[in-house]
Design a protein around this ligand. Structure first.
Ligand code: LLP
Length: 414
């Protein structure tokens, strides 16, 4: 939780000024307490049901964060062999892993089979064939769920809307039935579920309800044919408050879902990412210099779009606060920009702040899709990641060194 004491910013009682002094900037800082609280809020909302929560690893894949969730008994939604390795390293239970993604490679399918994951969320007829064939050649039976595309408008940013017919995700709902039949009949496949994921940062319950009802309808038709599934997975996507959005309350969400699931014997799976880690992280950065181009004031900070891509990619809003609150100079509007050679390298626009060079700022709600989408663009070492827990702090990822940048590169010897 953020608090102020003597004008200084604290995160779970840890001084951000002290933390910046110790670890440097830019640094992502995460609160274990908030992550656990968010996870338990979802768990409690669904406590009267048979629901499994599989954290979407892509939102934040640091093994220190995954370890927190593994210790809480969370399952995981992964999309690559890399994420699988991370979950296993963090002590996650492979039997609680669902493997999503439109383009799983052979080696990733083999890794999933060997580690006996809960299921593959299959996104196409071609992928179903591929998994069946690999399972057969490994003399194994692959657990599969079919991801259908319910053609629902999630009413979110088009780049993170995934449930419309035009998107690359999932199996067209009208042609799904025969694929279920096909999976049911294959001796190398164990058909366990149905899933969907309609998008991210969704702020209304209705699209989820509509998608779930489409899934339930299909599940019942399949049951009529003797094809009985053990779970329904409705993906992730519940949004968080970045600015002034009205967001979904988990208890309301759960009661709506429970209404639809009444008399439905299947277990429910959720794949939340952002709603578990989003507001549990901030990005601590330092103002390198201030400049004015005659029209606008720019605060150039030591974090850029390589550290936090969301504003550049989606025009996303992240709240910015000063680590030390000043009374002077008078606040004016600032463009908060990074040092990268791109006009899209901005973290925030027109923010009224009282700042001077060398000040520290905190960019809030960066726990999801912050570090996990970061890059080395402009040969910038990736930021450090710090976990605040038990009134103490732990470095869960060291700041990259300059030599790390070309560690894997080779000079020709001739
Ligand atoms: N399950 C699947 C299959 C997904 O593709 C995703 C996110 C999730 C679960 C988790 O969704 P969440 O609960 O976090 O909304 N980079 C974007 C978000 C991309 C989300 C991609 N899929 C952003 O920064 O807003």
């Amino acid at each position: 939780m953020l608090s102020r004491e003597d004008n200084q910013l604290f995160f779970d009682k840890i001084s951000m000024k002290e933390l910046a002094k110790k670890y440097g900037t830019p640094s992502f800082v995460y609160s274990e307490e908030k992550i656990v609280e968010n996870f338990l809020t979802i768990k409690r909302a669904f406590s009267s049901t048979t629901t499994d929560i599989c954290f979407a690893v892509k939102a934040n894949s640091n093994i220190g964060i995954l370890q927190i969730l593994a210790r809480q008994g969370a399952g995981f939604d992964i999309v690559s062999g890399g994420e699988l390795a991370r979950v296993l390293k963090a002590g996650g239970d492979p039997k609680k892993i669902v493997f999503s993604g439109v383009g799983k490679q052979d080696w990733e399918i083999i890794e999933g089979l060997q580690n006996e994951i809960r299921c593959f969320n299959v996104e196409s007829a071609a992928e179903l064939e591929k998994i069946a064939q690999i399972a057969s050649s490994c003399s194994q039976i692959a657990p599969v769920s079919l991801r259908v595309n319910p053609n629902i408008d999630a009413k979110t940013h088009p780049y993170i809307s995934t449930g419309l017919a035009e998107s690359k995700f999932g199996i067209k709902i009208d042609s799904a039935e025969h694929l279920f039949q096909r999976a049911h009949e294959d001796p190398h496949l164990n058909l366990v579920g149905i899933d969907c994921h309609i998008g991210s940062q969704i702020t209304e319950i209705e699209p989820f309800r509509a998608a779930l009802n489409i899934l339930i309808n299909l599940v019942q038709r399949l049951a009529g044919k003797g094809i009985n599934l053990s779970h329904i997975d409705i993906g992730g996507g519940v949004g968080i408050k970045y600015k002034d959005e009205e967001v979904i309350n988990w208890n309301d969400f759960a009661s709506e879902i429970k209404k639809s699931m009444k008399d439905i014997p299947q277990r429910l799976i959720l794949e939340p990412g952002r709603s578990i880690v989003g507001d549990a992280g901030l990005l601590l950065a330092k103002i390198i210099l201030l400049k004015n181009n005659g029209q606008k004031n720019f605060a150039v900070i030591d974090a850029g779009m390589n550290d936090l891509l969301r504003p550049a990619l989606y025009g996303s809003w992240h709240e910015i606060v000063s680590v030390e609150k000043r009374t002077y100079p008078e606040p004016v509007d600032w463009e908060i920009v990074g040092p990268i050679c791109e006009t899209s390298d901005f973290l925030a626009k027109a923010r009224s702040l009282s700042i001077v060079e060398g000040d520290l700022i905190a960019i809030l709600d960066c726990g999801a899709y912050g570090f996990s989408m970061s890059s080395n663009y402009n040969s910038r070492p990736k930021a450090a990641e710090i976990l605040v827990a038990d009134k103490s702090h732990f470095c869960i990822r060291n700041r990259e060194k300059i030599s790390d940048l070309f560690f894997l590169e080779n000079l020709r010897s001739t």
